[in-house]
Design a binder for this molecule. Structure first.
Ligand code: LLP
Length: 385
């Protein structure tokens, strides 16, 4: 949404900070996902709930027909309540508690993505107690690096995620010998905010290597889940407001060796919801430092932790001013030196009370918010033209 298109008049009565969600953009994004994935039979998309679990957002995504990828019992319950059918819910995570596993079994979710032998044994025994059979996929650690921030790379041998690919055969034999789990497929995820399709090509190549190895050993492969990770353009939220879903799905269609009828599952989070969210905040104070000028906002790392945690860039605009740009360190009010949204940013001259827009926060903004410093949780505005 262009700076001038934000409905600033409707912000005046609102308590800041709040998350502004452009629901038209979310709809257009979901249509694009459906269109592009729909070109390839067998491609199924599960939205990664961790990116944004706001009930209103979940409801719209559920209505669009996507499934849900969850990483906690709380997310499984939220997805179910928002209208995702249990058969479209998959549940991943390295540390599922007994209670969370029981919830998944009770609801009859479509898949447990299992990350260790120890977890597999627990699922088998809890499913036995419940008199049922748990559908499982094995999460494989493919030992592939993605060119993204170290904290959001997940597919390397040193990461805690998944079963190392060389141990897959023995774990698979273990699964096949169990009475209360049913083997359904393999799960992979290499990281997040990936913009270079070559990273996904590398994943496809590794998946092909692994599946042909399993077939040579006469072991089943089942369906494939290639995780999430498609990145968005944080620099130009207006020009490139919908991620490259076309290139993304085409990459997998071209590079994965699939058997007839084999399904491929995707778990995009960020690319679905990041662009539609903007954090709206007011300038509290302008402070002239010794070497720099600070714009102190009423939003902080409690509403958006990504800059503090990953040095992530989010575009910041002053919605209330057209005056000549000045340089600012844009900071929040939290008692932490890392509570900084950006340093030396060139922004239209700021005054106390101006509305500031921090862009592309729809993913991992609200869902990672906290009440640190006993701040209240920020509100929301769902905008439809
Ligand atoms: N599937 C699995 C198994 C995952 O671990 C993740 C994200 C996704 C799917 C969704 O990935 P996405 O499409 O959103 O990249 N808080 C960080 C991102 C952490 C991602 C964790 N896993 C951030 O703010 O950048």
């Amino acid at each position: 949404m262009l700076k001038g298109a934000f409905p600033v008049d409707s912000f005046r009565g609102m308590k800041t900070p709040f998350y502004f969600y452009d629901m038209d953009l979310l709809q257009r994004t979901l249509e694009e996902v459906r269109l592009q994935a729909g070109r390839f039979p067998g491609f199924q998309v599960h939205y990664a709930v961790k990116a944004n679990s706001n009930p209103e957002i979940l409801k719209v995504i559920a209505e669009s027909g996507l499934g849900a990828d969850c990483v906690s019992g709380g997310e499984v319950a939220a997805a179910f309540e928002a209208g995702f059918p249990a058969e479209s819910i998959v549940f991943a995570g390295v540390g599922k508690s007994d209670e969370e596993i029981r919830l998944g079994l009770r609801l009859g979710i479509s898949r447990f993505n299992v990350e260790s032998e120890a977890e597999l044994e627990v699922i088998d025994s809890l499913a036995a107690q419940a008199g049922t059979v748990a559908p499982v996929s094995i999460r494989v650690n493919p030992d592939i690096g993605a060119h993204t921030h170290a904290n959001i790379t997940t597919g390397l041998a040193e990461n805690k995620f998944g079963i190392y690919h060389e141990e897959l055969e023995s774990v698979l034999r273990m699964v096949l010998g169990m009475k209360h789990v049913r083997f359904c497929g393999l799960h992979f995820h290499i990281g997040s905010q990936i913009l270079d399709m070559a990273d996904f090509v590398a994943l496809c190549n590794r998946v092909n290597e692994i599946t042909s190895r399993l077939k040579r050993s006469a072991l089943p492969v089942g369906d494939l889940n290639v995780g999430g990770g498609l990145g968005i353009n944080y620099q130009h939220p207006n020009h490139l407001s919908i991620a490259d879903f076309k290139g993304y799905f085409e990459t997998f269609a071209r590079h994965l060796d699939l058997d007839p009828g084999q399904t491929v599952h995707f778990e995009p989070g960020r690319s679905v919801v990041a662009p539609c969210g903007t954090l709206i905040s007011r300038v509290l104070y302008i402070k002239e430092g010794v070497t720099r000028q600070f714009a102190i906002l009423d939003a902080g790392m409690t509403e958006l932790i990504r800059p503090a945690l990953y040095h992530a860039y989010h575009r910041i605009e002053n919605l209330s001013s057209d005056e000549a740009e000045e340089l600012y360190d844009v900071v929040g009010p939290i008692c932490e030196s890392s509570d900084v949204f950006g340093k030396g940013l060139s922004i239209d001259k700021c005054h106390r009370g101006d509305f500031m827009a921090i862009r592309s926060v729809g993913a991992y903004g609200e869902s990672m918010s906290s009440r640190y410093n006993l701040r209240p949780l920020a509100g929301t505005l769902f905008y439809r033209k």
